[in-house]
Design a protein around this ligand. Structure first.
Ligand SMILES: Cc1ncc(COP(=O)(O)O)c(C=O)c1O
Length: 304
């Protein structure tokens, strides 16, 4: 990681290398943390953060679901995010706000500790990896089942959800795939390890509903709004493995992934095994949106 700029910690900007926590920090032991993943794009009109208010809202909702008491208002966190990015001097970056039970009292009960907040940003080359959006990702249906929302709130972007996701990601990589697709407890398609999923069949775009134990992805929502604006057909419904494998096109969405095509699942080619036309169109439209080239959605950009 290239250490650039400063990291905001509980109201202060600290040199990147000095932004440290104690080894007895509660969240390190019990995963009592929630976080966000946000992107700042270098648009022709300057740097702009994509859907900042929505990310800050989700950050606070994630904390609320775990009863975490935030010491800062949404406005303070939004301003701190902007300040951290500006201080870094980066024109485009990935931004990671984190709220976690800190150092103080050890033991399971988290509420005896304060909720600390940090905001970091860095240059993260995304979307151009092996699982690249243009070449098409090869995915493995994971043997690990997505955690049931009855076990913990999966609508919260909580660190606690990510041991499950990391198991699936590692399993996929070990077996030569780029990414995992996770099923839920009912055997339906849930999402990728860090992306939401869509399938296309006969021109109809389908995606699992929010109660399928998935994260309410902000890219998912953006793509849904785009699809509706373009008068394309979208259905939020449970998707079976059979529907997934028989789809004409499959794509994933996420802050890091943007719109990423999936061309192979386990041993099966999806459609003709190359990136589909609808996926291509949505990728192009989504990039226009994040780069501020689509006037209908410029409200989604917070210019710095
Ligand atoms: C489990 C999971 N699902 C979906 C997403 C996509 O969410 P978003 O589009 O808000 O990045 C993520 C991304 O962080 C994720 O971790």
């Amino acid at each position: 990681m290239k250490e650039t700029g400063k990291i905001w910690m509980n109201g202060k900007l600290i040199p990147f290398k000095d932004a440290k926590v104690h080894v007895l920090t509660h969240a390190l032991h019990y995963s009592t943390a929630v976080f966000e993943g946000i992107r700042c794009y270098n648009t022709p009109d300057g740097s702009a953060i994509f859907r900042l208010p929505e990310h800050v809202d989700r950050f606070f909702n994630s904390a609320k679901m775990y009863g975490m008491k935030m010491r800062y208002s949404k406005k303070q966190i939004s301003n701190a995010i902007i300040k951290t990015v500006k201080t870094s001097g980066l024109k485009e970056c990935y931004i990671r706000p984190l709220a976690y039970y800190g150092y103080g009292t050890m033991g399971l009960t988290p509420t005896l500790n304060k909720v600390d907040v940090s905001i970091a940003c860095w240059k993260w080359k995304m979307g151009e990896s092996k699982a690249g959006k243009f070449s098409g990702a090869k995915c493995k249906i994971s043997k690990w089942i997505r955690i049931d929302s009855k076990s913990q709130p999966m609508q919260s972007k909580s660190a606690a959800n990510y041991s499950n996701a990391a198991l699936a990601r590692v399993e996929a990589l070990k077996n030569g795939y780029d990414e995992a697709i996770m099923l839920n407890n009912k055997g339906n398609v849930a999402e990728g390890s860090a992306e939401n999923i869509f399938v296309v069949k006969n021109g109809i775009i389908k995606t699992p509903p929010l109660d399928a134990d998935i994260l309410n992805g902000i890219t998912r929502d953006s793509v849904i709004q785009l699809i509706k604006k373009e008068h394309m057909k979208l259905v939020e419904k449970n998707i079976t493995v059979n529907e997934l494998l028989k789809a004409d096109e499959v794509f994933m969405t996420g802050t890091a992934a943007e719109v990423k095509s999936v061309t192979k699942i386990d041993k099966n080619a999806i459609g003709n095994g190359s990136i589909g036309e609808i996926t291509k169109e949505l990728q192009k439209s989504f990039m226009n949106i994040v780069m501020g080239k689509d006037k209908r959605f410029v409200r989604w950009l917070t210019c710095l």
